[in-house]
Design a protein around this ligand. Sequence first.
Ligand code: B12
Length: 220
Amino acid sequence: MHQSAFDAMRQSIVDGAPDTAGSLARAALDSGITPIDAIDNGFVPGMSYVGEQFAKRTMFLPDMMASAEAMKAAMTVLEPELKKHGLERPSAGTIVLGTTKGDIHEIGKTLVGTLLTANGFKVCDLGVDVAAEAFAAKAKEFNADIVGVSALLTTTMRGQKGVVEAIEKAGLRPRVKVIVGGAPVTRQWAHEIGADGYAKDAVSAVALARELVPQPVAAR
Ligand code: B12
């Protein structure tokens, strides 16, 4: 229905045009497109295309950086709208979230955090390039129910295993659940490293978190 708007959003990411991406995000909200639709059908397909072209060496690192800036400009507009929905609900659980050591990809991780917040979870976002021990220490400090670990590189995926181990070492397992995600991550990898769950995107991450945390009576 909104295909031409989605195409323009996708193109603004491919072009690495933050101003256009921000304006298109605002226009989308004004025309009644939901933030999650704009992200999933407009902006993320642009990022996927850029990733494919980078792999084929028809786009390069500066292009990918410009696209990431455009994506962030769109998210700056869409995030407050995403968050608005869940504010008055009782907490559905506490999640410590971050990207593994050596990995600076933040867009997907931040989106997961935003949707969890919108759905009533308390999210402690540790940012990117986070050591396994820091995940464990924060999980303890915040009495977390779940630790969510993002990895976008095949080389940094191993850090997710390190987080499972650090949480075990800190004596927090099996109470604290570990969930993993990121483009190269699979359900099988999650199983192999002893994580409690995998989600392919932010919407399924919320469903997974709900499954793993017993919900307070008022939130059921
Ligand atoms: C943008 C981008 C960058 C930006 C990041 C900017 C930023 N601030 O985040 C910049 C330019 C910095 C960058 C750098 C690099 N990148 Co890069 N990057 C990308 C790109 C194009 C998009 C990633 C993205 O934001 N996607 C959009 C979001 C919404 O999707 P997502 O991250 O997958 O997240 C969703 C799900 O995976 C899931 N999810 C994510 N995290 C979590 C966590 C949990 C707990 C759960 C449940 C779910 C979940 O939900 C999210 C929302 O739906 C990808 C291509 C791709 N297709 O992934 C390459 C890609 C990941 N990059 C790649 C590479 C190689 C690099 C560099 C090594 C390049 C270089 N030569 O320097 C560096 C590494 C830097 C580092 N040390 O981390 C490769 C990785 C290859 C590999 N197999 O390891 C990719 C796949 C590109 C490619 N096809 O070659 N990159």
